[in-house]
Design a protein around this ligand. Structure first.
Ligand SMILES: Nc1ncnc2c1ncn2[C@@H]1O[C@H](COP(=O)(O)OP(=O)(O)OP(=O)(O)O)[C@@H](O)[C@H]1O
Length: 280
């Protein structure tokens, strides 16, 4: 069965200028089905922001092609959440409405700013970092995008605001079938929220797939130290005579080990710990 693809990258490479001229992304292939909520994960400098800016059309690839919805059908909330400091919250939303005629969803935008603890005549420059995040998210959801790109959206929100806004965002995306790509370093935040995973490392795609399929393809194993062949070992650690390993089984796991399906956090931590080598 063929699925609609909201974002496709084929052989993408991005090399920034400057003296180092190193590749921020290289040889990236990915296909994100429409309607998924995708966690974009990877260590600092992995290329997450570059991929989001590229998808938003703010950067051109040095090589390869990227296919994403046109600008008017996508919304991008950058890490620094640029807004006009001298506009009030109400004026900012009014600008959103004027820039998106026929698409603007005032109710969705209002749902995000309400509960932020500020009135709509407050100037953006007088808002806290977390309050600015709310306004940036309100602009993005009000645009009613097909593809929503969020670069560490929850980083400066307090735990209650994070919980409330994540719930609101997921409900909104589910109701409208919006595809979401969200970068984050907070792994617990992604568990239960995302159904697709994209793990970048050193500018390359290490994992790309549906969360349930990726989890089912891995096994967490504990027990005595032993030979794990023929399975592929993603990461293994020993404490005394005890072995803990995350493997990709090459068939039934036979041996003196206890096995279980990993959590998303187990899977991500194991892959992040082995950032050297094993690149896809
Ligand atoms: N404007 C730029 N000019 C030159 N190099 C850049 C620029 N922006 C990013 N880079 C480099 O590209 C690589 C990827 O950076 P990017 O910001 O995409 O990573 P990231 O995964 O978003 O990191 P973080 O988790 O720290 O936000 C890094 O090596 C970074 O130094």
């Amino acid at each position: 069965m063929s699925e609609d693809i909201a974002l496709r990258a084929e052989g993408i490479g991005v090399r920034y200028g400057g003296r180092a001229r190193s590749w921020a992304l290289r040889g990236c292939h990915l296909a994100l089905p429409a309607g998924r909520v995708c966690a974009l994960v990877g260590p600092n400098g992995a290329g997450k922001s570059t991929l989001l800016a590229l998808t938003a059309g703010l950067l051109r690839p040095t090589e390869g092609t990227i296919t994403a919805p046109p600008r008017e059908k996508l919304a991008y909330v950058a890490q620094d959440k640029p807004l006009h400091p001298r506009l009030s919250v109400a004026d900012t939303l009014r600008m959103g409405r004027e820039l998106n005629p026929g698409r603007w969803d005032e109710a969705a935008a209002r749902r995000v700013v309400d509960g932020g603890g500020f009135s709509s005549d407050t100037l953006v420059r007088r808002l806290s970092g977390g309050q600015r995040t709310r306004v940036a998210l309100a602009l993005a959801l009000g645009k009613r995008p097909e593809l929503l790109l969020l670069d560490e959206p929850m980083a400066d929100l307090d735990p209650l605001a994070r919980h409330q806004l994540m719930g609101l965002l997921l409900a909104d995306a589910a109701e409208h079938g919006t595809t979401v790509v969200m970068s984050s370093h907070i792994l617990t935040e992604l568990e239960g929220a995302c159904d697709h995973l994209l793990l970048l490392d050193g500018g390359r795609v290490r994992l790309d797939g549906a969360v349930d399929e990726l989890l089912a393809a891995h096994t967490l194993l504990t027990g005595p130290i032993g030979d794990l062949a023929p399975h592929t070992v993603v990461e293994s650690r020993t404490t005394g005579r005890q072995l803990t390993a995350l493997i990709r089984p090459a068939g039934p796991v036979e041996g003196p080990w206890e096995t279980s399906e990993p959590s998303l956090e187990d899977l991500l931590l194991a892959h992040l710990r082995t950032t050297e080598g094993a690149a896809a």
